[in-house]
Design a protein around this ligand. Structure first.
Ligand code: PLP
Length: 394
């Protein structure tokens, strides 16, 4: 009989020739457990998803309650589904008054796709500006705004009329002009290896977008839901984007995303053509119920307020001759080493020692640290000790 690993390699489409092949039987809180019961402390959160930990009891309860009512009913945007309504109500209550209309999707890439279409339809323009080293998803539109040609090889032609600017470079803002439909930008660049922009840059970007009449799309798919120490990262900069992209940590572990805009902007999707942007499963009732429960945990417990202290502890502990820099904000950190070989061996050894860390798509000399926001001081100390021990070994 074939093992699960063999079946994985046999029957599941492979995305690389070196998959991690870690088999996990269950997960709870901060830990994943393999079939032998070995615990792994999760410092990646399934890539910024499990912000309140794995299988949070409130999320499990909300899912169970919804399972007893209904699963899928019909395509998005037709029936009044209480989980969608309640989730959108709670979410928008935590957003500025200009972000009140939520379009639920299944994933982050779909949120990107919807937002790009929205910007083109709203402005009547086609030029899209994105950033070098950006990552907004892997579907065709999202890939078109990816700021790294390596990942586009073999997939062209992609969307026309996409131009790239350098993240955090004020002089490049001149490329935004009155032909521009939108600027799509991560509030902190994630896959670039965690690059935090200057507040002044983001404010000037916002002013420039207002000047030329294009939409500013903020991708908070990685940064949202408390990860950077605020519920949403744009709060750090004192600006409000025109469109907000959400996913990952939004669903408490269930698949869901959204693009959020003002009612005035969002209303262009309604007609001419009608049904020009639809989805069967977007805003699935079970995902919405889970997302609402997760948001209640994050906001009632003000989890984001615990984040700066945890960031400071990581920074205090992560001192080692092989560490060049610890970058980031909140619990979205990158530990820069010198080479990919170091990163690869360090993450492999950390996993062997029961700590899951990873790296980035566009930055191969940096380790990724994005634990659940619920991580404790004791766990941070343990994780950092393992990382430092491993850096001694490599
Ligand atoms: N945008 C950012 C900033 C991301 O980090 C990701 C995923 O890593 C996406 C978009 C795409 O999200 P998804 O994988 O849910 O399509």
């Amino acid at each position: 009989m074939l093992s699960n690993r063999q079946l994985f390699l046999h029957n599941l489409a492979q995305t690389s020739s070196t998959p991690r092949l870690l088999e996990i039987e269950r997960a709870e809180g901060l830990y994943l457990y393999d079939p032998n019961g070995k615990p792994y402390l999760d410092l990646v959160s399934g890539f910024a998803v499990s912000n309140i930990g794995h299988r949070h009891p409130s999320v499990i309860q909300a899912i169970q309650n919804q399972l007893d009512k209904y699963l899928h009913l019909t395509v998005y945007g037709e029936f009044v589904q209480t989980p969608q309504v309640k989730f959108a109500e709670k979410l928008t209550a935590h957003l500025p008054s200009s972000l009140k209309s939520v379009y639920f999707t299944n994933s982050g890439a779909e949120a990107t796709e919807g937002a790009l279409k929205l910007a083109k339809k709203y402005t009547g323009r086609s030029k899209i500006i994105s950033c070098n080293k950006a990552y907004h998803g892997s579907t065709h539109g999202a890939l078109s705004v990816m700021g790294n040609d390596y990942y586009k090889q073999g997939y062209g032609p992609l969307l026309p009329d996409v131009e790239f600017i350098t993240f955090n470079d004020q002089t490049d803002l001149n490329k935004i002009d009155n032909l521009t439909a939108c600027v799509i930008i991560e509030s902190i660049q994630g896959e670039a290896g965690i690059r935090v922009p200057d507040t002044d840059y983001i404010r000037k970007l916002k002013v420039k977008c207002e000047e030329v009449g294009c939409l500013l799309i903020f991708d908070e798919i990685q940064t949202g839901f408390g990860r950077t120490g605020k519920l949403f990262c744009f709060e750090h900069y004192g600006i409000t984007p025109d469109v907000l992209l959400l996913a990952k940590g939004m669903g408490g572990g269930m698949p869901i995303g959204a693009f959020v805009a003002s009612k005035q902007v969002m209303d262009v999707l309604k007609d001419n053509p009608i049904l020009g942007h639809i989805t069967t499963f977007g805003g699935h009732p079970v995902s919405c119920a889970a997302g609402l429960a997760s948001l209640i945990v994050i906001t009632d417990e003000e989890l984001f307020n615990t984040v700066p202290k945890k960031e400071a502890l990581f920074r205090d502990l992560l001192i080692h001759p092989k560490i060049r820099e610890v970058r980031g904000k909140g619990l979205m950190l990158g530990i820069q080493l010198d080479t990919f070989q170091q990163v690869e061996s360090a993450s492999k050894l950390c996993v062997e020692k029961g700590v899951i860390i990873d790296w980035f798509l566009h930055c191969d000399n940096t380790l990724r640290i994005a634990p659940p926001l619920t991580i404790t001081e004791k766990e941070i100390r343990f994780a950092c000790k393992v990382i430092l021990d491993v850096l001694d070994e490599i």
